[in-house]
Every structure is written in C-alpha cells, then in structure tokens.
Design a protein around this ligand. Structure first.
Ligand code: HEC
Length: 480
C-alpha cells in the first residue's frame, strides 16, 4: 500500500494550492528561482524582484510576460533539447502566477517564504588565473542607441596557453547586453582599434574581418561559462589578441563600462583540443539572398567524418533571422539526434548553449541546419522599412547564417561526462533553501504530470511522476 500514499497527497495538496495562492508560499519560490538572478540590484534587468513590495506592483506585467514566454528569456525550445542553465517555467508555474494576480496578489504568511537563494557575485567558476581588462572604459552617450564595440585584449602569452574556461565579466549591467569572444593573431584588430578614435572599434555582426576564431565563447545574462572536463581544453596561440565584442543596449543616461575576461588555465596537459566546427553559407542548398517581403528558408548540410562529441552550439544570424533548427541524421535516415531548436530567434538573446553532457554524433551522420528569415514588415526587428534586398554581410542591414559547434573527437564514456555546474547536487531541494520540506513537495506537486522542460525533476528522468514524489519523501526533513 505504501507507494499509493503520494497519490493521496497529490490531490488534496494541489487543491489547497489552487485556492490559496500567496506570494510567500507560491510566488516567491518561482520568482527567486527563475527571475531574481537577473532581477536584483546590479544585474541586467531594470527592476529588482527580491521581496513582496518589489514584486507585487509588477504582478499583472509579470503574468503577461510569463504567459507569452518573454520572461524568463530562454530561446531554445525545451521540448526539443536541454542545455546547461535552462530557465523555463512550467505551465503550472505560469498558472500559479496568474492565479495569484487573479486573487488580488495576496501576500500570505512571511514564514512560508523560502528565502532568497545565495547568488554568486563575481566569477561563476572560481579564482581566475589571469584577468584581461579593457584598456580604458567605454562610454555610452545615453542617446538610446544600440552600440556594438570590439575591444582588443592582448593575451601577452609568449607560448600557446591551454585553458579550461574563459568567462566574460561585464562591467556595467545597466548597458552591457551580451558579449562575443574572438581571437586574432594577425594584428588586424589592433589596427582597426588604432583607426577608431573611441576605445576599441565599432563592429556590429562580428569582428569586421576574418579572425582566427570568430566564436571563442560568448556571454549573455544568465548563461554559465563552460568549464571543460579534465583532458579537454583549447589553446590560445602565442601573442594572440583576445577580441571582446560587447553589445550595449539603449540607455537614456550616460553609462560607462569596463568589462573583463577571466581566463582559467588547464590543470594538466590537453589530450583533446576543442575544435569549432562551423556551418556557413557554403553549406546551403541555395544562394544566400533574401528578397524583400518574403519569408526565406535555407537548409545546410555537413558530413560528420569521424565520431565526435559536441560541447556547445551557437546558431548566429542578425535581425531578419526568425528561427533555427539543428539536428543530425543517420545514413539510413532512421535516427535523428535533435540538437537545438530556436522557434523565435531574438538577436538580443543569442548565446551559446552547452549540452548537459558531451553529446555523441557518430561518423557517417549528416549535420543539418535550417534557418528561416522573415524579411517582411511582420518582423518587428526588420532593419529595413520598407523591406529591401538583404545579402550576406557583417552590417546591421545584412544577414548571416552560421552555426558554431565546439567538438572534440569522441571517446568511449563521453556520454557520462557532465558539462554543467556540479554545485546543484541536491535536486529534492526544489526551492534551494538547503532543506527538503513541505514547500519542496508543494512545488513538485504543482508540476506533477509535467512531461518536458520540467524544472523540478527530482529523480533525473526528465518527467515529474510518482517516482519523483517517492524520492522527495524518502529525504523529507533532511538537510540538502
Ligand atoms: C537572464 C536575465 C533575466 C531573467 C532570468 C529574467 N529577466 Fe525579466 N528582464 C530581463 C531584462 C534584461 C529585462 C529588460 C529588457 C527587456 O525587456 O528585454 C527584463 C524585463 C522584464 C520585465 C519588463 C518587461 C518590459 O518589456 O519592460 C518584466 C515584467 C520581467 N522582466 C519579468 C521577469 C520574470 C517574471 C522573470 C522570471 C519568471 C524574469 N523576468 C526573468 C532579464 C531577465
């Protein structure tokens, strides 16, 4: 009879939940886990959400932005594939926020509040071995424009240097929106910098020339930098300049930024060097031309010539881009490995997405990349009004088709090598308060029956079932 107990719990508990939704018991756990990492002082979001007084005035707005999927910002479809740092709300969580607003945003009992999680300030990885800083601050004039500036950071390395992680540390979250890293060994970027009177030089899409690496990592708010597993790493060549392209968002006031790049050296020799595979316009089924007032789709293919393990993936296009789908198929067409789907591309929230584990693609498979571009007036980001002919290029009005994938040669056992942070090792502690309690069970039950993108999954099978309830009950009341 014992296994049935949780089923008895499910119904009365969720009944209680839907009748008495309060801030402290129901809303705070959702907001703290999914929003406050960005919505707190000093972070990128415009208003803090750390207590009832800050959240309640935005209740209706919060209900709206969560119901349309605008917040939390997470562009990959969680029903297609998962990535490290995935931040999505379940339908139940969205419904809870709506029910709270409908009930008049009751505060409830402060004793139910799970308390704010501990947020790390500074590096997400640890103490860096080297910090490269912009040579001087960059000033955004406060004229409400988007600004894209490339900063040249000389590595000063006399020899090629193996690294296990690289992390962009934005200096001013009021304006820093995202950053992309590149590498230059030709001195071209330094020359472009010298020719531009501002600190760094202006460049929208990429680095303005064919750099040695045009995707050596990236930062978007909320994303975690990847830390390569032992034996895996990448080498920064001798005397290379690191390039940091910062996107500064519109601001009505003058803001200044001094961003840094943290570099973590490899602990031992690199046995497998990370290689960036790039699918580009040369892999497409048609010439890359986007006629005005038309939605155009392209399909790129690339053969996979050896067994490889994928680390992360970053589709890249500009403002006309509308969606992405990337997958691999077996030679007989019977097997499809889903990699990433971005149903609503948003240039501002581009990033690179790290797979939860090294992901194997066998030799002989074909890699597919499909992108859709909406060059009509329906696309609110369309830089041309009225829509015009759009060709491949680096400018704001130009478009791109690139998929950057970091890979290493496959080795047996790679499937078990996790790429995410090991800090969150206690899934039953759903609300992150260090204890497995009633609130954790309520949160889990609110998600009961979830089949994908289940953020409260306790037993790690991706679903919320009786097994999760049993798991959580088995550690009930224990510190976690
Ligand atoms: C990764 C960082 C991040 C996370 C996580 C995040 N936000 Fe935001 N949020 C932002 C930024 C940046 C803005 C302002 C720019 C914009 O509107 O895109 C914003 C704006 C908003 C706005 C105002 C919208 C507007 O158009 O002005 C609301 C409301 C909001 N967020 C609610 C939420 C809620 C609720 C959550 C959690 C469920 C959440 N956010 C999670 C970064 C984040």
């Amino acid at each position: 009879m014992r296994p049935l107990l949780p089923l008895f719990l499910v119904f009365p508990f969720s009944g209680v939940l839907s009748q008495q939704v309060t801030f402290h018991a129901d809303v705070a756990p959702i907001i703290y886990q999914h929003c406050t990492s960005c919505h707190r002082v000093g972070e990128i979001a415009p208003m803090p959400f750390t207590d009832y007084g800050e959240v309640a005035p935005y209740g209706e707005f919060i209900e709206y932005v969560t119901s349309i999927g605008y917040m939390p910002p997470w562009s990959p479809d969680p029903e297609y594939s998962h990535f490290v740092g995935e931040n999505v709300l379940s339908q139940e969580q969205i419904a809870t926020l709506g029910a709270w607003v409908a009930a008049g945003k009751p505060e409830g009992d402060p004793a139910d509040n799970p308390g704010l999680p501990e947020f790390t300030s500074g590096s997400q990885i640890g103490t860096p071995d080297l910090v490269l800083t912009m040579s001087e601050p960059y000033t955004h004039g406060g004229d409400m424009t988007d600004q894209y500036q490339v900063f040249v950071l000389p590595s000063g390395f006399g020899d090629g240097t193996a690294i296990r992680s690289i992390e962009v540390m934005p200096g001013n979250h009021n304006v820093a929106h995202h950053g992309i890293l590149g590498l230059d060994v030709s001195g071209t970027a330094a020359a472009l910098d010298a020719a531009d009177p501002e600190p760094g030089y202006e460049s929208f899409g990429g680095f303005g020339f064919n750099a040695a690496s045009s995707f050596f990592g990236a930062w978007v708010p909320g994303a975690l930098p990847v830390e390569y597993p032992p034996g895996i790493g990448r080498t920064i060549p001798a005397d290379a300049d690191l390039l940091l392209q910062m996107h500064y968002g519109p601001t009505p006031v003058v803001e200044s930024d001094l961003s840094e790049v943290n570099i973590f050296f490899s602990n031992g020799p690199i046995e497998r060097e990370v290689f960036t595979a790039i699918m580009g316009p040369q892999h497409l089924d048609a010439p890359f031309i986007l006629p005005p007032n038309q939605v155009s789709s392209f399909h790129g293919t690339m053969p996979v010539t050896e067994d490889v393990s994928l680390i992360n993936i970053a589709p890249h296009c500009h403002l006309v881009g509308a969606s992405w789908l990337v997958y691999a198929t077996s030679p007989d067409g019977q097997d499809t490995i889903p990699l990433i789907s971005i149903p609503h591309w948003d240039f501002n929230w581009q990033g690179y997405f790290t797979f939860p584990h090294l992901t194997k693609i066998p030799q002989g498979y074909t890699l597919h990349g499909e992108a859709t571009y909406d060059n009509t007036t329906n696309n609110p980001f369309n830089p041309n009004d009225p829509p015009g002919w759009v060709l491949f290029g680096e400018g704001t009005e130009d478009e791109m088709f690139f998929i950057f994938i970091d890979v290493v040669p496959y080795e047996a056992g790679d499937e078990d090598i996790a790429l995410g942070p090991s800090a969150t090792t206690c899934p039953p502690d759903v609300n992150g308060d260090g204890l497995v309690g009633v609130t954790d069970i309520l949160l889990l039950l609110a998600d009961f029956g979830c089949l994908s993108g289940c953020t409260t999954d306790v037993d790690g099978d991706g679903l919320i079932t009786v097994s999760d309830v049993l798991t959580i009950l088995s550690v009930f009341g224990e510190p976690c």
